[in-house]
Structure formats: structure tokens, C-alpha cells
Design a protein around this ligand. Structure first.
Ligand code: BES
Ligand code: MN
Ligand code: ZN
Length: 507
């Protein structure tokens, strides 16, 4: 694993395999960013011209390796593009995260890298630490031993003496959030035969012991005893039984409690409404919501946020078999509502419904669910943006805003009343599918029926961004991305700071 450190020595004095500098674009050509002074000096003042003559512009995503000149105690200099400078030659926070991520990935196999990047504030230091850890990530658990190139060994963030403390604090935060985002990525990348509902629950228990979390696991017997018809109905086709996991962190001085609910379908075959070839080999990712919730609770605990955060993981494997739920079956959900299952592939909303009702019983100050819920949302917003829905536009916008500040792309989506009647069922209180057009919103309207009155609620559909299939970019690798972890952590921080003004407005 990649480790992080902070040093106040100048780039020239620190022995390392590589020194990383930032480069911003300017009308006159590439310009080394603040932090690169010692490296520039070692080049005798000609660094900008050298970068330009080798074709570097400073655009985001660009990298250029140079042999280190005499005077630096490093073998190599790696220049990374930061894009256009915002204020005073400094890049935007997200540009810094991405550049650190690109550098870490390029340095795979390298021992020690000194990062001479523009970090003069806690926020910038956090961005570099976080981007570095996220960019260094690779999922190699099942590769041949000889095919597992080690990630960069150590990233040493260079910072001026005067800002040393802020920088160290930022690096601590970035480290926790980076490690926890990578925790969720590992779970998403785990194949479904290695991550069953039972194993997922056991993983939460182990982490609970390590970080002092309160963990309660409802196994299939407990679920049956309490009539969790949605989770049981989805899980009953599989030989791997379902679980509902409650994992809670609470600061002793907490005044607000958030409940996060995650969709944890460890594999979604579609069930009897089987998915066609081409759609069923990607569905180990369908527990990304639960992975995000779990990681966010651990992060809140490790950061010691002054808040309560309760995670609910609705875990099941959706399989066809002689015991599976069939299209036309009616399930009685936790809380008593009946649902006609028209399509067994609309299973996420069924497990979430049970978990939302159960989470609501504890009267949290707000409820946020995260799910790879609909292909429709992926169609609508593509691979990098998640949709946020809520019955309360102001609360929805706070979630979208939190996402933006956390470096995640989010977009507000509506829950139009007129789509609700498409979910009417002639035999039960509601059907699990309705109008196909606007399918992501219809799914949101279904969930809304299970949110207790008086609790601000938002639904995050991460079907697009949970998993990245193209070439790596910025700090985003191939595979699980850890989508929504940072947004949930930011919401918990906002709640701790009393900055979520919809909390309590319903009571
Ligand atoms: N897990 C899928 C949604 C999904 C699709 C996530 C692609 C990530 C990538 C979900 O359970 C599902 O199958 N949804 C159906 C609902 C439909 C049957 C109403 C869908 O979106 O097609
Ligand atoms: Mn499905
Ligand atoms: Zn699904």
C-alpha cells in the first residue's frame, strides 16, 4: 500500500526516486506551479522553456518525465499538468486531486516520490493526499503474483515550514477519505463468488471491531421473524442468503444523526426476469451503494466527526431458481405495504424499501440512500455524474452541493407526481415497475413511498459512475470508483457543523 508523509525540506534536499512538480497553462506557454521553485532553480531557470520545447502545455492529464539535473537528490522529475490556474497561479482543488492521481498512477512501481506541488492550505494538502491515494489504487487480488506491479511506495508531500500544521491536518483527512474510498472500491471489484451477503456482513463486523462501531446483522432467520419481505423476496432465489446490516457510529457529543441506506445486491442476474448476455457479466457492481455507505460510516468514525451516522446495508443476491420470486408475485414489505413484483430485475427498490422503513423507525434527522438503481439514470447522465432526487428540493440541492464540494459530479433530478400513477397495481398497494420513460425517476417515486413522513430524504442513483470501464483518468481507475463515499462524508461533516438547514424542519 502507498503511504503518505509530509516533509518541510525543499525538493532539492529530499532524497527520492522522483520529484513531482505541477505545471499550469498560460498564453505564453507552460509555467511551473508554486512549489516547484527549487526544481526550477536546479534547471538553472530554463525549466519552462524545456517543458514547452518538449511539447508540454500544462493541460490536465499531461505528464512529462525528465532526467533530474545535478543539485536535486532525485533520479527523475515528473511534471504533471494542472490546467488553467485560478487564483494567483494556483490550480482549482479538483485539478490538484486529479494531477496527484495521475502522478501516482504514472509512478506505479516507483519507491519514493516527493510531491513539490502547490500545497499552502489544508484543503490543497487534502486534495493532493486524496488524489495520490486514489490514483495509486489498483485491484490486483486475483492476478498472478508476477503480474502485480506494486503501487508507488511513498508519497512525501513537501510543504513550507509556516504551513506545516495545516498541511499535516489536510493530509490526515485526505488519507482517511482516500483509504476508505479505496475500501469501497475493493468491495465493488470483488467478484460475487468472493463477496456474498454473508461475507460482506462479516467484513462489516470485523471493521466494526477495529473502529468501535456498533454492528448488528439480521440474518435470514431474523429477517423472516421481523417480516422483511422485500429483502427476503429478492434473496430467496439464491443459495447465498440475504442480510441486513446496521453499522453505526456516534460521537458522544453528537446532536444530529444521519441514516445512510445502501443497495447491496452482491450479484444482479435480473432473477426470473433474467438479464440478457452483455448485461449480466457486469452486475457484481450492484452492491456499490452498500459499499459507499459502509466506507462513509468508517470514515466518519476515523475522522471523529461530531455527528451520528447509521448505515443500513441491504444485502442480497438476485438469482433465478425454483425458489425465486416470480413476476406477478406479491411481497409484503417490512412495515406491511404490499408490492406486486412485475419485473424481478427491479430488485434494488425492493431491498431498499425494507431498509428505508427500518432506518426511519430510528427517527434520523435525515435519510440518504445510495444505489446503482437504474439503467435509465446511466442513460440520462452518463458515466461520470450521479442523479440526486428528493421530495424536498432544498434538501436535494444541499446534497448536490455537498457532492460538488467533495469533488464528485452530481445533478438534481425531479420526482414528477404524474409518473406515480404508472406504479399503480390492480392487485397490491404498488407495483415495482411503471412507466419506462423516466425510469430513474419512477424508481425514485417508488422509494419515496417507503420514506417515513417527517424525515428529509434524498436518493442518489450511482448506476453510471459506480464503475469505470474505460481507460483510467485523473484519480479514477478502471473498475469500482468509490462513487458517493466522499459525498456522504461531506454530508456528515455538514451535519456536524450544523450546515444542513433542512434537518429537523419536518418535526
Ligand atoms: N442494477 C440494475 C441497474 C443498473 C444497470 C445498474 C446498469 C448499473 C448498470 C437494476 O437492478 C435494474 O436492473 N434496473 C432495471 C429496472 C427496470 C427493470 C425497471 C433497469 O434499469 O433496467
Ligand atoms: Mn436489476
Ligand atoms: Zn440491480
Amino acid at each position: 500500500m502507498t503511504t503518505l508523509a509530509v516533509a518541510d525540506s525543499t525538493a532539492a534536499a529530499l532524497p527520492a526516486d522522483c520529484v513531482v512538480i505541477g505545471v499550469v497553462t498560460s498564453p505564453g506557454g507552460p509555467v511551473p506551479a508554486p512549489g516547484a521553485e527549487a526544481v526550477s532553480e536546479a534547471f538553472g531557470g530554463g525549466l519552462a522553456a524545456t517543458l514547452g520545447s518538449l511539447g508540454m502545455t500544462g493541460a490536465e492529464g499531461e505528464t512529462l518525465k525528465l532526467p533530474a539535473p545535478a543539485g536535486l537528490k532525485a533520479e527523475m522529475v515528473l511534471a504533471v499538468g494542472l490546467g488553467e490556474a485560478a487564483d494567483g497561479g494556483l490550480p482549482a482543488t479538483e485539478a490538484l486531486r486529479r494531477a496527484a492521481g495521475v502522478a501516482a498512477r504514472v509512478l506505479t512501481g516507483t519507491g519514493r516520490a516527493a510531491l513539490a506541488l502547490p500545497v499552502a492550505t489544508a484543503e490543497a494538502a487534502e486534495a493532493v493526499a486524496l488524489g495520490g491515494l486514489l490514483g495509486a489504487y489498483a485491484f490486483t487480488a486475483y492476478r498472478a503474483p508476477g503480474d502485480r506491479e506494486a503501487p508507488v511506495g511513498e508519497l512525501v508531500i513537501l510543504a513550507a515550514e509556516e504551513v506545516r500544521e495545516e498541511v499535516a491536518a489536510g493530509v490526515r483527512r485526505g488519507t482517511v477519505i482516500g483509504v476508505e474510498t479505496n475500501r469501497s472500491r475493493d468491495l465493488v471489484n470483488m467478484p460475487a463468488n468472493h463477496l456474498t451477503p454473508e461475507i460482506f456482513a462479516a467484513t462489516v463486523r470485523t471493521a466494526g471491531e477495529e473502529y468501535g462501531l456498533d454492528v448488528e446483522v439480521f440474518d435470514e432467520r431474523a429477517l423472516a421473524e421481523k417480516s422483511f419481505g422485500g429483502i427476503l423476496g429478492v434473496g430467496q432465489g439464491s443459495v447465498r442468503p440475504p442480510r441486513l446490516v446496521r453499522v453505526a457510529y456516534r460521537h458522544p457529543a453528537a446532536r444530529t444523526t444521519l441514516a445512510f441506506v445502501g443497495k447491496g445486491i452482491t450479484y444482479d442476474s435480473g432473477g426470473i426476469s433474467l438479464k440478457p448476455v452483455g448485461f449480466n457479466e457486469i452486475m457484481k457492481r450492484d452492491m456499490s451503494g452498500a459499499a459507499a455507505v459502509f466506507a462513509a460510516v468508517v470514515a466518519a468514525a476515523r475522522l471523529g466527526l461530531r455527528v451520528g451516522v447509521t448505515g443500513w446495508l441491504a444485502l442480497a443476491e438476485n438469482m433465478p431458481s425454483g425458489s425465486a420470486t416470480k413476476p406477478g408475485d406479491v411481497l409484503r414489505m417490512y412495515g406491511g405495504k404490499t408490492v406486486e413484483v412485475l419485473n424481478t430485475d427491479a430488485e434494488g427498490r425492493l431491498v431498499l424499501a425494507d431498509a428505508l422503513v427500518r432506518a426511519g423507525e430510528e427517527e434520523p434527522d435525515a435519510l440518504v440512500d445510495v444505489a446503482t438503481l437504474t439503467a435509465a439514470m446511466k442513460m440520462a447522465l452518463g458515466h461520470r455524474i450521479f442523479g440526486v432526487m428528493s421530495g424536498d428540493d432544498a434538501f436535494r440541492d444541499q446534497v448536490v452541493d455537498a457532492a460538488g464540494r467533495a469533488g464528485e459530479e452530481a445533478w438534481p433530478m425531479p420526482l414528477p407526481d404524474q409518473l406515480r400513477e404508472s406504479l399503480n397495481s390492480p392487485v397490491a398497494e404498488i407495483a415495482n415497475t411503471g412507466e419506462r420513460m423516466g425510469g430513474g425517476l419512477v424508481a425514485g417515486l417508488f422509494l419515496k413511498e417507503f420514506v417515513p413522513d417527517g424525515v428529509p430524504w434524498a436518493h442518489i442513483d450511482i448506476a453510471g459512475p459506480a464503475f469505470h470501464e474505460g481507460a483510467p483518468y485523473g484519480y479514477t481507475p478502471r473498475g469500482g470508483t468509490g462513487s458517493a463515499v466522499r459525498t456522504l462524508v461531506r454530508l456528515a461533516e455538514d451535519a456536524a457543523a450544523g450546515a444542513l438547514d433542512r434537518l429537523g424542519t419536518y418535526r
